[in-house]
Design a protein around this ligand. Structure first.
Ligand code: KIV
Length: 278
């Protein structure tokens, strides 16, 4: 069954947990979709994981549309959410609506995700008014890395915990259908989840959120630049890839690959005839 923003809200009402993973390409999206994952986020983490940037700041609308459209082609049942990249919505409400529209029209998203709370409420309201489902994202918001001063857990003092609770309520009131809570103390994430009627999707927020999301390359141990505390390796695909690459290298160099069964045959008479006058 096709997952939509409405499905997500119904799942919370029924007390069903929501699963999400990131993906950035067609083949991975197909696998994630077939595994029964409810939602695929084309996260701007593609800047780190796919493009090798140190952060998400340089990711562009064109990057998100290019990868988003590839994922959308591979996702039959998962809800595809595409991240609005840094500076595609912060400067004005107009930018926010136009760029959210591009992610829907050109990227074929089912919803868009924006980072931030109180400061982006006018943008969220305007995008929702344009009939585009919005997922919020609060707690650790990587696009603000230069203002936050590092990738660290958020909401650990009274002031920032209060802000997180307030931001979550404001996003719900603005019409967001769901909110990502990133790197937030588990008890605080549970409290926020209990306060809202829309589902929370946790990443580093403990087990009390309504759903979970991970970067697929982290949970398959394919990305080793850094490893956040909340990541669990569900399979060691990175090691399997390395073994495969090394085995290929060894066989190419030993001349054992390709073997007979990997080659195309030609009638010897055809070959002989082709050699004449050449
Ligand atoms: O970009 C991303 O992958 C994200 C997740 C970490 C939630 O925003």
């Amino acid at each position: 069954m096709k997952n939509t923003s409405v499905t997500f809200k119904e799942m919370k009402k029924k007390g069903e947990k929501i699963s999400m993973l990131t993906a950035y390409d067609y083949s991975t999206a197909k696998l994630v979709d077939k595994a029964g994952i409810n939602g695929i986020l084309v996260g701007d983490s593609l800047g780190n994981v796919m493009l090798g940037y140190p952060d998400t700041v340089s990711v562009t609308m064109e990057d998100m549309i290019h990868h988003g459209a590839a994922v959308a082609r591979g996702a039959e049942n998962s809800l595809v959410v595409i991240d609005m990249p840094f500076m595609s919505y912060q400067a004005s409400v107009y930018d926010a609506v136009v760029n959210a529209g591009r992610l829907m029209k050109e990227g074929r998203a089912g919803a868009v995700k924006l980072e931030g709370g109180e400061e982006i409420i006018p943008q969220v309201e305007a995008i929702v008014k344009a009939s585009i489902p919005v997922m919020g994202h609060i707690g650790l918001t990587p696009q603000s890395i230069n203002a936050l001063g590092g990738y660290k857990a958020q909401g650990r003092d009274i002031e920032s915990a209060r802000k997180l609770i307030k931001d979550a309520r404001l996003l719900e009131q603005a019409g967001a259908f769901s909110i990502v809570l990133e790197c937030v103390p588990a008890d605080l994430a549970t409290y926020v989840s209990e306060q809202l009627s829309i589902p929370t999707i946790g990443i580093g927020g403990g087990a009390g959120t309504d759903g979970q999301i991970l970067v697929y390359a982290d949970m398959l141990a394919m990305f080793s630049d850094y490893r956040p505390k909340f990541v669990k390796n569900f399979a060691n695909v990175g090691e399997m890839m390395m073994e495969g690459f090394k085995a290929y290298d060894a066989e190419v160099k030993a001349g054992t690959y390709p073997a007979e069964e990997h080659t195309y045959a030609i009638d010897p008479e055809v070959l002989e005839a082709a050699k004449i006058n050449n």
